[in-house]
Ligand binder design. Structure first.
Ligand code: ADP
Length: 388
């Protein structure tokens, strides 16, 4: 090491999914070593992060082993038990985001209480212990497990008392608490993404439109087409306010419902988020790079768009006989669209599983939509043998 130079600190990343995998790209570019805790051998991120351990993130001894020698620990998911995060922090590792912040992404009841405290608009809601409580709250509504849900799992749209059974069965089996929310008649779903560093620097990305299918994010358009500038400003401001007030470090994604009256908070994520994948190719600094910069308290990069439009479409695994193709899909997809950007996660396709995404950017929204949708459908095998 030359005099005056300091070697880059290692960041520990808990969780071996595609989000950790996609942190590896900017980490390599910036020369920042990552050390990974993967949940199983061969998972998505462990294929590209050589310094990895396989183990259980609910086991404190394993977590200690992974973070040993690391300056910072961050996450691919939000499931590490809060007590373990406190224990790591007590040992002098910077936990980013910290346990007090992260609990708002882990527990929807805690999140709803914080958003109320901040006076930020959100759906009417209350905790419910049984069907009588739900009837009192009013049908139709949405029941959600306070913890442990993702991609629409742990969410039930209920119109009658009979339909509440599955939610309370889960509650009885797991002890999880249940939240009832008014069913919002939204025009569309938006997402406001911000990066925030421990010293308080923050960067807000353009507000995007996200489309869900079966509770899973299917498509993102950046920026949200035709978004009222007042709604865009409201969304960015509330995301920045939540990030500051909850002392979030790294990326915060605020999922929103847009209605005629403005935006309502649906939920928070404190890690790079599917609605921010467009930034890899469509923004000056990707969400993954800004997450790494933020957790190391380095200056953040510009969140501004590089092109008027970027469209991200997820590639989902189809049924076994759907003819899905991943690497096999390259010759056609890459030849058809030399500006297409493809991101595959190294995962075995299973029905409905996110196995990759594509980004298409350009000056014309319809063209970007057509290119990205075509490519994603091609990889998923939804186009049959069509080669146009
Ligand atoms: P998850 O934790 O699985 O992401 P969400 O709370 O984001 O669950 O809900 C999944 C999807 O269900 C949302 O993206 C939205 O489309 C729909 N949804 C959730 N809450 C409501 C609500 N209160 N009103 C209407 N639709 C909702």
């Amino acid at each position: 090491m030359s005099p005056g130079s300091e070697s880059a600190p290692t960041i520990a990343v808990i969780g071996g999914g595609q989000l950790a995998r996609m942190m590896a790209e900017p980490a390599a570019a910036l020369g920042i070593p990552l050390r990974l805790l993967a949940e199983a051998p061969g998972v998505s991120a462990s294929q590209v992060i050589p310094d990895h351990l396989v183990g259980d993130y609910t086991d404190l001894a394993t977590l200690h082993r992974v973070v040993s020698g690391c300056r910072v620990v961050t996450f691919d998911h939000e499931h590490v038990p809060t007590d373990h995060l406190h224990a790591l922090a007590a040992d002098g590792v910077a936990v980013r985001p910290g346990p007090e912040a992260l609990v708002h992404a882990q527990d929807k009841l805690v999140m709803r209480a914080a958003v109320d405290r901040l006076g930020i608009p959100q759906p009417r809601h209350r905790e419910v212990a049984d069907v009588a409580d739900v009837a009192d709250f009013g049908f139709p509504c949405v029941l959600k497990t306070a913890r442990g849900g993702y991609d629409g799992k742990g969410v039930w749209f209920v119109g009658t008392p009979d339909e509440c059974g599955p939610a309370f069965e889960v509650a009885a089996r797991t002890g999880v608490r249940i939240l009832a929310e008014e069913r919002v008649d939204f025009d569309r779903e938006l997402s406001a993404l911000v990066a925030r560093s421990p010293s308080g620097q923050a960067a807000a990305y353009p507000v995007v439109q996200s489309t869900q299918r079966d509770g899973i994010c299917a498509e993102v358009v950046a920026p949200a087409p035709g978004l009222d500038p007042a709604h865009a400003a409201q969304a960015q401001e509330l995301a920045l306010r939540i990030a500051r007030d909850l002392d979030v470090t790294g990326i915060l994604a605020v999922e929103l419902f847009e209605t005629a009256d403005g935006v309502l908070v649906n939920e928070l994520a404190m890690r790079p988020h599917n609605t921010g994948h467009w930034t890899q190719d469509g923004a000056v600094t990707s969400q993954f790079e800004n997450h790494l910069r933020a957790v190391l308290d380095l200056p953040l990069g510009s969140p501004l768009a590089r092109a008027p439009w970027t469209v991200m479409v997820n590639i989902l695994g189809g049924p076994a006989d759907s003819g899905g193709r991943l690497y096999d899909g390259y010759p056609h997809a890459l030849a058809r669209d030399p500006r297409l950007r493809v991101h595959l996660y190294g995962k075995e396709p299973r029905p409905g599983r996110k196995v990759g995404h594509v980004n298409a950017y350009g000056d014309d929204l319809q063209d970007c939509l057509e290119r990205a949708r075509h490519a994603a459908a091609w990889f998923a095998g939804d186009l049959g043998d069509e080669s146009e």
